[in-house]
Design a protein around this ligand. Structure first.
Ligand code: MG
Length: 373
């Protein structure tokens, strides 16, 4: 691991940023936003849901001639909407803060505006991180002390579908990805894996999205999957069924990762011993500041970590890519699953999503976005 943090396990970037910024104290931060609808390349089916678009809200914070970009991605099953995000953003008053340097102070304030609204909070957090990085002239992976050479391969997600579509999606992924993620959790699990195996021998991650209800049946399936080259399992059983998940993790030959069972930093400690690892997603945990802390806490507890995503533009994906070097897994294919990405940023290179070397989160809009206040 390549970290530069001190004994506390927390790197305090806010002080250095504040010192740099306060030379220009005449500017104020201006927050604006834009609705945007992501078009999915394929209808996306996971255990229980199916959809063709994902609504997002893009954010922009301007300060002293610089612009930070952020994003809230809003898959319908998570409860936030474009309207709820904009209602939240209208309450964010950055005029009380002299500059973007005091990230901790500002983001504590944003978190305290209302409960939940985690994607809305992430849209402010990401834009502020982008801005702070631009002020210091550094991409965040460097500020975290990470090396892009340690980025794990990203998984590429194959949704639940017919054998023909599964084979077609698998063929699309060949030569571009080194690991695939298969959505399972129902009666089609073995059929899906067999369909993929008829095309490729690449390692597979599986995500049951809480779909397995019986622990012993799940364990049998996991053993079968291990023989088929599956290397990890995400959220095998319902999120609150921690007793059964804990026993499953103990008995499983593969590591078991928490996704739906976990939202934020405060959830991690109770999951030690229940899961082997956690899936950190910016949209669930309010953004980069908390995601970084979650990573450090999980590692200190001896748990594995992965960086996940929703369907998102390259804005939020680039933010996530800044954090993922040295993690056990990355699931950052969100921008590759859409046909109308409005940002250039982190790119797929040899099966890995690699952050751009630009300062901040490393993104540029590739079209005009109509931000309004
Ligand atoms: Mg998942």
């Amino acid at each position: 691991m390549l970290f530069t943090s001190g004994e506390s396990g927390q790197t305090d970037f806010s002080k250095t940023t504040a010192m740099t910024v306060r030379k220009n104290s005449s500017s104020t931060m201006k927050l604006s936003w834009a609705r945007y609808d992501l078009e999915l390349c394929h209808t996306f089916t996971i255990s229980g849901f199916s959809r063709k678009t994902t609504p997002v809200v893009l954010t922009k914070i301007e300060y002293d001639g610089l612009t930070g970009y952020g994003e809230a991605s809003l898959p319908p099953y998570l409860g936030e909407t474009q309207a709820s995000v904009i209602e939240f953003l209208k309450k964010v008053d950055l005029s009380a803060f002299p500059d973007p340097g005091g990230l901790d102070e500002i983001l504590e304030y944003v978190d305290g505006i209302a409960v939940n609204n985690t994607a809305a909070k992430a849209s402010v957090d990401i834009a502020l991180h982008d801005l702070a990085g631009k002020i210091d002239g550094l991409p965040w992976y460097k500020r975290y002390g990470l090396d892009r050479a340690d980025v794990p391969d990203t998984t590429f997600t194959i949704g639940i579908d017919s054998d023909d579509v599964v084979r077609e999606k698998t063929l699309e992924a060949m030569g571009r990805f080194n690991i695939l993620k298969v959505k399972v959790g129902g009666p089609d699990d073995k059929r899906m894996i067999e369909a993929i195996r008829s095309v490729t021998g690449l390692p597979l991650a599986v995500d049951a999205n809480q779909g397995w209800k019986d622990r012993l049946a799940a364990l049998d399936t996991i053993y079968w999957m291990k023989d088929k080259g599956v290397v990890m399992v995400e959220q095998p059983m319902p999120k609150l069924d921690l007793d059964n998940i804990s026993r499953l993790t103990e008995e499983s030959p593969l590591p078991i990762f928490a996704d739906e069972s976990l939202q934020r930093l405060a959830d991690i400690e109770r999951l030690k011993g229940v899961f082997s690892g956690i899936n950190i997603k910016l949209m669930k945990c309010t953004g980069m500041r908390e995601a970084w802390r979650m990573r450090r806490v999980a590692e200190a507890l001896g748990m594995k970590v992965m960086m996940g995503c929703m369907t998102e533009t390259s804005c939020a994906i680039s933010a996530a890519s800044q954090l993922c070097s040295g993690m056990d897994f990355a699931d950052l294919d969100g921008a590759l699953l859409i046909s109308n990405d409005c940002f250039d940023g982190a790119r797929l290179q040899s099966g890995k999503i690699i952050a751009h070397d630009l300062p901040g989160i490393g993104v540029l809009p590739n079209q005009k976005i109509n931000f309004a206040h």
